[in-house]
Design a protein around this ligand. Structure first.
Ligand SMILES: Nc1ncnc2c1ncn2[C@@H]1O[C@H](COP(=O)(O)OP(=O)(O)OP(=O)(O)O)[C@@H](O)[C@H]1O
Ligand SMILES: [Mg+2]
Length: 506
């Protein structure tokens, strides 16, 4: 169906058109050019009225309104259309822009299911459904799961806009493909995810396997407490690491160092307090007898590792340990497959892994060093070769390390209004045009701009809502308050009943 005509000056990458109805920004259209059908994306849409221009007062506006309603030629629907490439080439995954601009007078046609289906919803197995195109809602939107494992993803949006929902959807799809997914869950958002054979556990840290400075972080020694740091470093010997009763051996080592080294008695006793404190407070997490924490991760499953109980510093130690071990395991597995002899004879994961880090701005921050950042950027650089993909999720893109962010080959960006967040994303994603960027503030919950390797073309989609889970839903304070008032009243009544009973008994 003809819905418009190219007017004015046309370029190979951009045309202006007059349309029969107001078109939506983000809608795909066909530009029926002399050299073949081109796919276009409506990037700007302007509606104006001749009669209702240059109005000086209310009466004039009311009169002009009537004139405008009577005159079918009054409205002017003008659109700017970005040319994405030849339709038939895009259907084969190649974006080829014409050398010659479409001539003025070229028809603009409505894009059909047949035109768009092959581009946005290819049929092969690695393409999984995540929703539908926002403005052409009859068209499915799929992402290429192979490319997220090899080229990484970033999921960025303001809080409450649907990041965890998208992660849950990806988890469901990965699960149906028997893939291995690891989600570091900082807010227990995924513990109720209904995915078959999901494995939900608390992330653990085995203190025996840490470097001394990492153990110091985990038991929360202050970074500038040099003497305490030294006490721990000197006492954390190979025999302590291997001792049957780890904590007792460490405590004995610390006491002995305090007694034998002049001027260190006070520091040693402070370290003992810290060990005692950590041992009790973090007994679920800091476990010298848990073996290798990586063994908690099961191949072919969705693994939710809760880090909710950990402080930021501990979670950082835990995450970096996991990332390091997972990358090394994948490397070993890769080299073993190539026939190289390895120092350890078994590897744990024989197939690719995908790791998702929530609250990425905390663990992979801009402008400061963290171990997680070091290992995440190593995974981002090397993961492609060895089959370990990284997904970073954040509501504060401006605070994420720009180097790591720019290594994310694909992005899902949901509603973001802050200018500095938008700028950071723009500099990380070259395929995000200025016009798409301006769309970000007008998106609704669950709407996302998808750019990068996981889609054939940048697109605006509405993500399916994952039902049957309780992820990060906004709490209903009013309902909870009224519940608690009800309980208080019941409690008061029953206490009164008891008091009256007591009085009667007297
Ligand atoms: N695609 C969607 N369609 C409809 N509703 C959605 C969609 N995605 C999310 N929601 C709703 O929005 C709520 C918040 O979503 P979600 O927890 O995924 O946001 P978030 O971006 O992860 O938030 P936070 O920054 O707090 O982690 C959900 O409880 C859900 O009800
Ligand atoms: Mg969330």
């Amino acid at each position: 169906m003809n819905i418009g005509v190219v007017i004015g000056e046309a370029k190979p990458t951009e045309v202006t058109a007059q349309s029969i109805r107001p078109l939506s920004v983000g809608e795909y259209v066909i530009v029926d050019s002399q050299n073949g059908k081109l796919l276009g994306l409506v990037e700007r849409s302007i509606v104006s009225s001749d009669a209702l221009t240059d109005i000086r007062n209310f009466d004039e506006a009311m009169e002009s309104k009537e004139v405008a309603e009577l005159n079918t030629r009054d409205k002017n629907y003008k659109v700017k259309i970005g040319i994405l490439g030849f339709l038939d080439k895009l259907q084969k995954g190649q974006a080829i822009v014409p050398a010659v601009p479409p001539l003025p007078g070229t028809s603009i046609l409505e894009a059909t299911q047949q035109d768009l289906g092959m581009i946005f919803a290819p049929r092969s197995k690695e393409w999984i459904r995540i929703g539908s195109l926002l403005r052409n809602s009859e068209i499915e939107a799929k992402i290429n799961i192979n490319r997220i494992v090899s080229r990484h993803i970033g999921i960025l949006a303001m809080t409450g806009m649907g990041k965890s929902n998208l992660v849950s959807l990806i988890a469901k799809q990965v699960s149906s493909l028997q893939g291995t997914l690891i989600i570091f869950d900082y807010h227990n958002d995924y513990t109720n995810l209904s995915v078959p054979k999901i494995s939900v556990t608390d992330a653990k840290i085995n203190p025996r396997l840490l470097q001394a400075d990492k153990l110091a972080e985990v038991i929360e020694l202050r970074e500038n407490a040099d003497k305490q740091q030294r006490v721990l470093r000197e006492s954390f010997t190979a025999s302590v690491r291997q001792a049957k009763d780890f904590w007792t051996a460490l405590e004995e080592g610390v006491s002995a160092f305090g007694h034998t080294t002049k001027g260190y008695a006070d520091s040693a006793s402070r370290v003992l307090d810290k060990i005692d404190d950590a041992k009790h407070r973090f007994s679920d997490i800091l476990d010298p007898d848990c073996g290798d924490p990586v063994d908690l991760i099961k191949e072919g499953r969705v693994n939710v590792l809760s880090v909710a109980e950990l402080s930021e510093r501990q979670a950082n130690v835990g995450l970096s340990y996991y990332l390091q071990e997972l990358l090394n395991d994948r490397k070993d597995s890769y080299w073993a497959k190539k026939g190289r002899k390895l120092s350890r004879n078994t590897t744990k994961f024989s197939s690719p892994l995908f790791v998702i880090i929530e609250e990425a701005h905390v663990f992979i921050p801009k402008g400061e060093h963290t171990d997680t950042k070091y290992w995440a950027s190593k995974v981002a650089r090397e993961g492609r070769k060895f089959g370990i993909g990284l997904g970073i999720v954040s509501q504060r893109p401006r605070n994420i390390d720009p180097n790591v962010l720019s290594q994310m080959g694909s992005l899902a960006i949901m509603k973001i209004v802050q200018d500095d967040d938008q700028q950071q994303i723009a500099s990380a994603a070259e395929s995000l045009s200025k016009d798409l960027l301006t769309q970000l503030s007008s998106l609704n919950i669950g709407d996302a701009v998808l750019v990068g390797q996981w889609v054939n073309l940048p697109s605006i989609v509405h993500v399916d809502e994952v039902k049957g889970k309780a992820i990060g839903s906004d709490l209903d304070a009013v309902a909870e308050w009224s519940e608690s008032t009800k309980y208080k009243e019941i409690a008061a009544e029953s206490t009164q009943g008891l008091i009256q009973k007591d009085l009667l008994m007297d």
